[in-house]
Structure formats: structure tokens, C-alpha cells
Design a protein around this ligand. Structure first.
Ligand SMILES: [Zn+2]
Ligand SMILES: [Zn+2]
Length: 362
């Protein structure tokens, strides 16, 4: 079938809107008509040639999406034609050792790796294979994905809001609920209040944290963080000292949502003895970190996470329900909605940091 897709044919260059050929879904696969796809920092990284999972061009980016099941391959049982779905970033096998231990985000099924590294060959441009970001590639009218990556939604939910759950929201909220496991009454620091950081703030509210300190170098982002439930905001100059003035001795839980080198150690130094720091943003590749081991000795913990350590079929429906109950603000995250042919404008806005989230809508 022919479809329109935004294709990256050269790094550091604009994407090209092209007619490509997408295959029918194979056994166990689903073809989804994409209705909305958020633009994420990881997409920008791929455009810059810095993504370890997007090394070979041509490429279709986009991995934060929701849509409608258009066609199912043989053996598909959990979704049917017409079902609204979120396309999750992973489709755990549920059988391997990490899956059996409940670590679905670490699924070690041999079938997962080729999907993460650009997907199975399902899309072609003039006969040549087009790779797709973590096997999705939702800056296109359709996506063919494994059934396990489709999370069925209740009907009637807005696709633009639902798309955000797949990456930015589950990463931020999951870092709080699944990784740090913030208890009610905790003190929390969130460094970096962009698309993901705002969801860490929302997650802290959901968890019942009583003090939520938002920190950023941009004043506008702090204003937004307050709207999402931050109780205090800090325009960063000397982070550990500023935090100590607000929460004597340091916070219980710190989250670095910047991905910027040097910030993680500062966030770590702003926790109390026994406190936890989670790196939520994805760091530059091969970047070493310097840490005051004296701080680590005082029972502090430093943790990583991939996509909020999400179990998609558990967490995404839960987040959709929190949205329905009014406990999760998704519409407030969407600064603008743009059509696919304005994808490069969308990318420029995300790069400039002037938007919380830009969503491509179809
Ligand atoms: Zn993302
Ligand atoms: Zn598995």
C-alpha cells in the first residue's frame, strides 16, 4: 500500500515528505493508521546522527503515537480492525527471564533487537528499505508493528493526548512510580522542566509528594511546572545550595530530566543521605560522570531508567484512566498541533525549546 511519510535521507537535514510503500501486516503484526505522533527529543538526536538506534538511512522517525487498527495479520487476537490503540515503545515477549521477573522494559527476547534497531523490513522507498525508529516510524500515515506493541484504548479518547502517553508521559510518571517509587509525603526535585520533566512533576503529584521543587534555567518552563503541580521553583545557579535553602539537608528524590552532562551529579548532591537520584533524560553517548563518592557512601542511590521502566499493558491504560479522571493533564502538555507536511517546523520548535510538546496530527 502507498502512504505518505516524512523520510530522513540525510543527517542534519530536513525530512522529505515522500510516497513510500508499506507492507501488509505479517503474522502477529498490526497495521495502524496513525492519528497523532508527538515530536520527542530522541527524534532530534536521530536527525543529528547521534542516536544509537538510528544509524542507517533512509529513516522514518516518530515513536510517540496513537491511532486506529486498520488491518491485522494472521494470529492477532488482542486487537481488531477499528480499535483505537497507543503504539507502545516496546512489546515485551512476557516469556524471557527479565519479563518473567517483571522487568518488561528489559525484555531480552531475540526478536526485540532487530525491531529496536530500525524495525523489520516493512517500508520501502523506490524499492530500497526504509528503517523506522524503534520499529515504529510514526511520522507517516501508517505503521506496521508487532501486536504486543499495541495497547488498546477505550473509544472516544483524543488521539493527540493519548499519543503522549507512549513516550514522554510514561517516561516521566514511570520514573516516579516505577523507578524511585516515591511515597506520599516525599520531597522531590525535578531538574529540567521540558516535556518529560513536566511529567515527572505530574508523577510526583500522583504519588502524593508534598514538596515538589522544579528547577530549570528557563523561567518560562518553571511557570509551566507550577501549573503542573510544582510547589517551588528554582532558576538554577548553584543547584545543591539552592535546594538546601528550600529543603534543609536535601530532598528525598531527585530526577534529572535534562540529559545534559554535569547536571546529574548536581542533582545527586541535592539529595539527603539515603536519598535517590534518577537519571530520566538520555545522556550523550560515552560520556563519563564524576561523582563525589563521599555522598554515595552516605547510602544515596543513583538509578537509571529506560522509558520509566514501563510495562506497557499495565501502565498505559492506567495513565489513560488517570487522564479520564482528571488527575493527569495531557492537553496542557500540547503547545501546538501541526500537520505532517510541517514536520520540519515542528522539529525547529522542539529544538528551540519553546514548546512543551508539538504533536503531528493526521
Ligand atoms: Zn521519545
Ligand atoms: Zn521478554
Amino acid at each position: 500500500m502507498r502512504m505518505r511519510a516524512a523520510v530522513l535521507t540525510e543527517f542534519h537535514a530536513p525530512m522529505e515528505l515522500r510516497e513510500v510503500e508499506i507492507a501488509d501486516p505479517g503474522p502477529g503484526e498490526v497495521r495502524v493508521r496513525v492519528k497523532a505522533s508527538g515530536v520527542c527529543g530522541s527524534d532530534l538526536k536521530a536527525i543529528d546522527g547521534k542516536s544509537p538506534v538510528a544509524g542507517r538511512l533512509p529513516f522514518i522517525l516518530g515513536h510517540e503515537s496513537a491511532g486506529v487498527v486498520e488491518r491485522t495479520g494472521t494470529g492477532v487476537t488482542t486487537v481488531k480492525e477499528g480499535d483505537p490503540v497507543i503504539i507502545a515503545m516496546n512489546g515485551p515477549c512476557a516469556r524471557c527471564r527479565p519479563c518473567q521477573a517483571g522487568h518488561f522494559h528489559l525484555c531480552a527476547s531475540p526478536g526485540r533487537l532487530p525491531i529496536i534497531m530500525g524495525g523489520l523490513p516493512r517500508v520501502t522507498l523506490d524499492g530500497a528499505e526504509v528503517r523506522r525508529f524503534i520499529g515504529i516510524g510514526s511520522f507517516a500515515e501508517y505503521a506496521v508493528v508487532p501486536e504486543a506493541m499495541c495497547v488498546k484504548l477505550a473509544t472516544g479518547l483524543p488521539f493527540d493526548a493519548m499519543s503522549l502517553l507512549a513516550c514522554g508521559v510514561v517516561t516521566g510518571v514511570g520514573a516516579v512510580l516505577n523507578v524511585a517509587r516515591v511515597p506520599p509525603g516525599a520531597t522531590v526535585l525535578v531538574v529540567g522542566c521540558g516535556g518529560v520533566g513536566l511529567n515527572v512533576v505530574q508523577g510526583a503529584v500522583l504519588a502524593g509528594a508534598t514538596t515538589i521543587v522544579a528547577a530549570d534555567v528557563a523561567e518560562g518552563k518553571l511557570k509551566l511546572a507550577e501549573r503542573f503541580g510544582a510547589t517551588h521553583s528554582l532558576l538554577v545557579t548553584d543547584l545543591p545550595r539552592q535546594v538546601d535553602e528550600l529543603v534543609r539537608g536535601g530532598v528525598d528524590h531527585a530526577f534529572d530530566a535534562t540529559g545534559a552532562p554535569g547536571v546529574l551529579a548536581k542533582a545527586f548532591a541535592a539529595t539527603r543521605p539515603g536519598g535517590t537520584t534518577v537519571m530520566v533524560g538520555s545522556p550523550p553517548q560515552g560520556h563519563p560522570m564524576e561523582l563525589d563518592t563521599g555522598l554515595l557512601f552516605a547510602s544515596r542511590r543513583l538509578m537509571g531508567t529506560q522509558g520509566g521502566d514501563a510495562a506497557p499493558h499495565r501502565d498505559l491504560p492506567m495513565l489513560a484512566e488517570q487522564y479520564v479522571r482528571g488527575r493527569l493533564d495531557l492537553n496542557g502538555l500540547i503547545t501546538e498541533r501541526l500537520p505532517l507536511d510541517r514536520i520540519d517546523e515542528a522539529v525547529a520548535h522542539v529544538r528551540a525549546g519553546t514548546v512543551a510538546r508539538t504533536v503531528i496530527t493526521f
